[in-house]
Design a protein around this ligand. Sequence first.
Ligand SMILES: Cc1cc2nc3c(=O)[nH]c(=O)nc-3n(C[C@H](O)[C@H](O)[C@H](O)COP(=O)(O)OP(=O)(O)OC[C@H]3O[C@@H](n4cnc5c(N)ncnc54)[C@H](O)[C@@H]3O)c2cc1C
Ligand code: SF4
Length: 327
Amino acid sequence: MRAFRYHRPADVAEAVAVLAAEPQAAYLGGGTNLVDLMKLGVQRPDVLVDVTRLPLDTVEGLPDGGLRIGATVRNSELAAHPVVRRDYPVLARALLAAASGQLRNMATTGGNLLQRTRCVYFQDTGKACNKREPGSGCAALHGQNRDLAVLDWSEQCVATHPSDLAVALAALDTVVEVHEADGPRDIPIADVYRSPGTHPERETTLARGALITAVRLPPLPAARRSTYLKVRDRASFAFAVGSVAAVLDLDGDVVRDVRLAYGAVAHRPWRAYRAEEELRGRPFSPELAARAADAELAEARPLRHNGFKLPLTRAITVRALTELASS
Ligand SMILES: Cc1cc2nc3c(=O)[nH]c(=O)nc-3n(C[C@H](O)[C@H](O)[C@H](O)COP(=O)(O)OP(=O)(O)OC[C@H]3O[C@@H](n4cnc5c(N)ncnc54)[C@H](O)[C@@H]3O)c2cc1C
Ligand code: SF4
């Protein structure tokens, strides 16, 4: 691992100023992703700006009934928060389905959202990877791509976004609060992540040096009936092979409102707008849920090893919604 400097800023403005002045600086949250990547030589920051002592560690109710979650709130704390458990169970479940207890105790909200892909070629500096080294090629396109994207990939990159939390936040129409060199900005989470296109090295629309300061959940009473289902290779301590975040609001048996987002299918958390359209205003049935998932996945392009993700995503959609409908 290369030598680096460690900086503990006094406030948000100082953190952002250091990133603006130092082109190779990076924010340090819990370090559970960044430090691993530094050990592997994938990321090589000169300066680590530790944001965990900034006053961004609270969860507070908002006057409109929503919730603001500070960027340094740890994943374990957030999963256990009584308001999150009561009003946004999808969020608590997504967090608890991720990583391990020890990792969740360290991992922060901001760091979780900006964690890097788990594509094995990205983590191996001996392999071609356009995301790590633009223009070098994509070893995964014709290599081991079982865990990678089926939607919205490009010839340059077929990676998926690994965060469970981001999938739940996508379903909840979360707003991400950032502080950039020219001041604070709110960005709907749907606009935060990019498709890989011809620049897979650019994963978000955030300016370089943008600090996530908080995420804001809108009030969504329907989210009390919400869940997160995750399929993984072992029962804990494993990334998703497929996942779904679901909110369901029924009027009798008719779907009044629904929110769905998928994990492990694309370069970004995938909000399933087409499936939602198919479901809204219709009497709920498992068959309808299956049709909705099929509508969402109609434009999927499975790779050589991951065609199974289509029936899997369909199955977890049906299961999550059917469970919610009968709860
Ligand atoms: C063995 C293992 C299993 C795991 N399993 C899962 C899983 O199943 N599901 C899942 O979702 N995750 C999983 N994870 C990933 C884990 O959730 C992330 O590593 C963690 O959430 C990252 O948070 P952090 O605070 O440690 O980020 P860090 O590692 O500190 O930072 C990650 C990135 O975010 C940037 N950053 C940090 N904070 C901010 C901020 N406030 N503003 C802007 N940029 C910032 C850093 O510069 C860095 O680029 C696993 C990790 C490991 C090691
Ligand atoms: S899929 Fe993306 S991250 Fe993986 S090797 Fe290809 S370019 Fe790199």
